[in-house]
Design a protein around this ligand. Structure first.
Ligand code: ATP
Ligand code: MG
Length: 137
C-alpha cells in the first residue's frame, strides 16, 4: 500500500479549508495515518524544497511556507501519490482543472493551497522530514 505526504499550506489553513480538503481525501477512500497542525521551521522548509533552491520564486516560497501554520498529513491507499496529485490539480493555477483543489480554491501559483509528494522517493523523504516514525499509525 502506497503512502504520500500532503500539506495544507498557510493560505489553505488561514482560509479555513482544512475540513474541506481532508473531507475530499476521506471521501475518495484514502486513509489518514498521521496529521498535525505545525509551523514549518526554516530548516524543514529548506530540506523540503531543496530541489527548488536557486529558482526565481525560491525566496518567496521559503517565506510563504514558514509564514503561518500548515496542516501536515500522511495518507495511505492504492496509487495515493498519483491520485492525490490529480485531486490537487496542476501547479500553475491557470492549468488547474475546475473541480480540483487548486482549480476550486487557488488564484495564484505561489499561493496554491496544498502540497503533495510527486514520487515514491519524495514521499518517503518528505514524510521523514515532517514526522517521527512513532507518529504514523
Ligand atoms: P508542491 O511541491 O507544493 O506540491 P508542485 O509539485 O505542484 O507543488 P513544484 O514544481 O514542486 O510544484 O513547485 C513547488 C512550489 O513552488 C509550487 O507549489 C509553488 O508554490 C511554487 N512554484 C513553482 N513554480 C512556480 C512559479 N513558476 N512561480 C511561482 N511559484 C512557483
Ligand atoms: Mg512539488
Amino acid at each position: 500500500m502506497e503512502r504520500t505526504f500532503l500539506m495544507i499550506k498557510p493560505d489553505g489553513v488561514q482560509r479555513g479549508l482544512i475540513g474541506e480538503i481532508v473531507g475530499r481525501f476521506e471521501r475518495k477512500g484514502f486513509t489518514l495515518i498521521a496529521s498535525k497542525l505545525m509551523t514549518v521551521s526554516k530548516e524543514k522548509a529548506e530540506a523540503h524544497y531543496a530541489e527548488h533552491h536557486g529558482r526565481p520564486y525560491y525566496d518567496d516560497l521559503m517565506s510563504f511556507i514558514t509564514s503561518g501554520p500548515v496542516f501536515a498529513m500522511v495518507w495511505q491507499g492504492d496509487q495515493v501519490i498519483a491520485l492525490s496529485r490529480q485531486m490537487m490539480g496542476k501547479t500553475n493555477t491557470l492549468e488547474a482543472a475546475p473541480g480540483t483543489i487548486r482549480g476550486e480554491f487557488a488564484v495564484h501559483t505561489n499561493r496554491n493551497i496544498i502540497h503533495g509528494s510527486d514520487s515514491p522517493e519524495n514521499a518517503v523523504r518528505e514524510i521523514n522530514i515532517f514526522f517521527e516514525p512513532e507518529e504514523l499509525l
